[in-house]
Write a protein that binds this ligand. Structure first.
Ligand SMILES: *[C@@H]1O[C@H](CO)[C@@H](O)[C@H](O)[C@H]1NC(C)=O
Ligand SMILES: *[C@@H]1O[C@H](CO)[C@@H](O)[C@H](O)[C@H]1NC(C)=O
Ligand SMILES: *[C@@H]1O[C@H](CO)[C@@H](O)[C@H](O)[C@H]1NC(C)=O
Ligand SMILES: *[C@@H]1O[C@H](CO)[C@@H](O)[C@H](O)[C@H]1NC(C)=O
Ligand SMILES: *[C@@H]1O[C@H](CO)[C@@H](O)[C@H](O)[C@H]1NC(C)=O
Ligand SMILES: [Zn+2]
Length: 549
């Protein structure tokens, strides 16, 4: 009898499984999401109340027109707008919620604008010309760093000419007596941070070996790593953190060294040179190479901190060995705590670099996870700083080809599939990239059988390329703190450092005379009280009307 029932249940189970197969997989999140369908969403009053709250927050915004003491730029490399949307859903779903109304930390910032990312010679940008724009304030050619567009890619004689050099906001900040910092999850010599301290006709000349491999003379075309250690403003950067130790160490680096082998052909140990140079100036300097070293108690008492946590780019947060390296949030904490000791304030650049690296491989899961890591670092920076004296700007250098499509149900797994016109396919997909090779016939591929829980899953793409490309669409800018209201509307990317400098009265912006420099903050702009009164009345009357209806 018992056996009969069990057998019946088993057969029934198999039948259901056959009939509805993997379908349950993509409905998984819909069924388990705690807040879906949220009963109150069927009530119009819920949306009204929700809107009033949002309106109230907006009316409470006031213009902060103090001089910014501190400036922080958070750069999500390749953090396109679809990446932001998908990452916020991913964030909510990590918490077993439907996800669409979750918020990344910077989505709470009061002011938002759009940034146009094209370069002088390209419609779709790379991370080098864009770095020259958002750090140097000048649009340049694809692949070039810290030089104006008269420098064509690969031409050293042009990039050696000081006339062609673009000086970045790190230099402007140092000239104003501020401390500076650079934090990234890529090689510290990679394009985004390098636009802040180098002048190079090619972003890939990161070590002397890279230069030699292009049949050029590193004595004539100085590599990016040595520019960081030997030249201004790199020489005076108080906090440097990221990956890429190989670029700084010689090939014959001691085999038993925990730093691992290097790739430099000139036999120079640039890390040792960095330490000696600071000692020569009677400064304390600390080099660290792992998470433990960075989290040591008194690290922020050093004048200078240099952390290189991997021989190459840092690992994705989801990779198993990533717990040996600090998170972006941990690096950001040490950087801010150190720079807060600067009497004249600071400029800090923090890059979430692996969003881009994951997209290039069509690994959307990792790209979203790195976006969440980036968001955590920003959340911490908000907690550690004061809106009245610290301007925080969050943006991306360029977009990617990720798209989010179909008509998935609310709460559908953002990493899973959607069903449309009887076809089942992933909600996330790319225009191009390495994955195109893997799907022999994308029309008949059964996506329901794919393992979306793997962070290495490659999302489908149309055109086969070794590397998925960047996208040319505008990217978002989010800002909070002094003069953050200037980051609204449609901006050219190179305007970003000029507005930041203006807010702090440094660099070329310091020359600009603002007519109402000191007059307005005390008078008309702080409307908190009046707007609170107004919105209180508005909400009360609004709710009364709704009740009547
Ligand atoms: C670099 O540019 C200069 C000026 O346009 C040109 O004369 C020179 O041939 C270029 N060098 C290389 C290596 O392309
Ligand atoms: C460093 O300190 C030593 C001893 O206090 C002093 O003799 C030397 O001149 C200082 N060097 C610099 C560059 O300030
Ligand atoms: C930090 O503490 C260690 C161990 O107590 C000490 O050797 C080191 O000099 C200290 N560093 C600084 C910068 O104070
Ligand atoms: C980072 O540096 C390593 C070591 O030189 C190199 O193999 C890797 O390609 C670099 N990463 C990027 C994105 O350039
Ligand atoms: C604006 O008003 C609020 C509330 O009265 C106050 O807490 C805040 O410090 C004021 N801000 C400025 C910049 O005056
Ligand atoms: Zn890229």
């Amino acid at each position: 009898m018992r056996v009969g029932v069990s057998l019946f249940l088993l057969l029934a189970g198999v039948a259901v499984e056959v009939a509805y197969g993997g379908l349950s997989k993509y409905r998984y999140t819909v069924e388990t999401a705690k807040d879906l369908p949220a009963k109150e969403e069927y009530d119009a009053k819920y949306w009204d109340k929700n809107a009033f709250k949002s309106l109230n927050e907006r009316l409470d915004n006031y213009l902060v027109t103090n001089k910014a003491k501190n400036l922080i730029l958070f750069l999500g490399d390749g953090m396109s707008i679809p990446t932001i949307t998908a990452a916020r859903i991913y964030l909510g779903q990590l918490d077993q919620r439907a996800g669409e109304n979750a918020k990344l930390s910077f989505e709470n910032f009061p002011y938002t604008g759009l940034s146009k990312t094209y370069c002088v010679d390209k419609q779709v940008a790379d991370s080098a010309c864009t770095s020259t724009a958002y750090l140097g304030g000048v649009k340049a050619n694809y692949g070039t760093l810290g030089v104006r567009a008269t420098v064509t890619r690969g031409n050293c004689s042009l990039s050696n000419d000081p006339e062609n050099h673009v000086h970045s906001i790190l230099m402007w900040a140092q000239e104003a007596g501020k401390g500076t910092g650079l934090v990234t999850t890529a090689n510290i010599t990679d394009a985004s941070p390098a636009g802040g301290y180098s002048h190079s006709a090619d972003r890939y000349w990161q070590s002397d070996r890279d230069v030699v491999e292009q049949n050029l003379d590193p004595k004539y075309c100085p590599d990016i790593a040595q520019q960081l250690i030997r030249n201004k403003p790199g020489l005076d950067v108080k906090v440097i953190m990221g990956g890429g130790r190989k670029k700084f160490l010689p090939t014959n680096n001691k085999p038993d060294s925990p730093l691992g082998p290097g790739e430099r052909l000139d036999g120079v140990n640039l890390i040792e040179e960095w330490v000696q140079e600071k000692k020569g100036r009677n400064k304390t300097a600390k080099f660290v190479y792992n998470r433990k070293g960075l989290l040591a108690k008194n690290i922020t008492s050093s004048d200078f901190i240099f952390g290189l946590f991997q021989t190459s780019d840092m690992l994705y947060h989801l990779e198993e060995e990533a717990n040996e390296q600090p998170t972006l949030e941990e690096m950001t904490r040490v950087a801010i705590e150190r720079l807060q000791k600067e009497p004249n304030g600071y400029y800090l650049f923090v890059e979430g670099a692996l969003i881009d690296k994951a997209h290039h491989k069509n690994m959307a899961h990792r790209a979203l996870d790195e976006t969440v890591e980036f968001s955590k670092a920003i959340e911490l920076a908000v907690k550690l700083t004061n809106e009245e004296d610290t301007l925080i700007v969050v943006t991306a250098d360029h977009a990617h080809t990720l798209s989010m499509s179909g008509y998935p149900e609310r709460g559908s797994d953002i990493l899973g599939v959607t069903e449309n016109e009887n076809k089942i396919y992933t909600t996330l997909a790319y225009m191009n990239g390495p994955s195109a090779n893997l799907y022999k016939d994308i029309e008949t591929h059964d996506f329901r059988k794919d393992d979306f829980s793997s962070d290495k899953y490659v999302y489908p793409s149309l055109i086969t390329l070794e590397d998925e490309t960047h996208g040319g669409d505008d990217v978002a800018v989010y800002a909070r703190g002094p003069w953050s209201h200037l980051f609204t509307g449609s901006l050219e990317q190179h305007v970003i450092p000029h507005i930041m400098a203006f807010a702090a009265k440094i660099g070329p912006g310091a020359l600009m005379d603002l007519e109402n420099e000191n007059s307005n903050s005390a008078t008309s702009l702080n409307m908190s009280f009046l707007t609170s009164l107004r919105i209180y009345l508005f909400v009360t009357i609004g709710l009364m009307i709704i009740k009547k209806l």
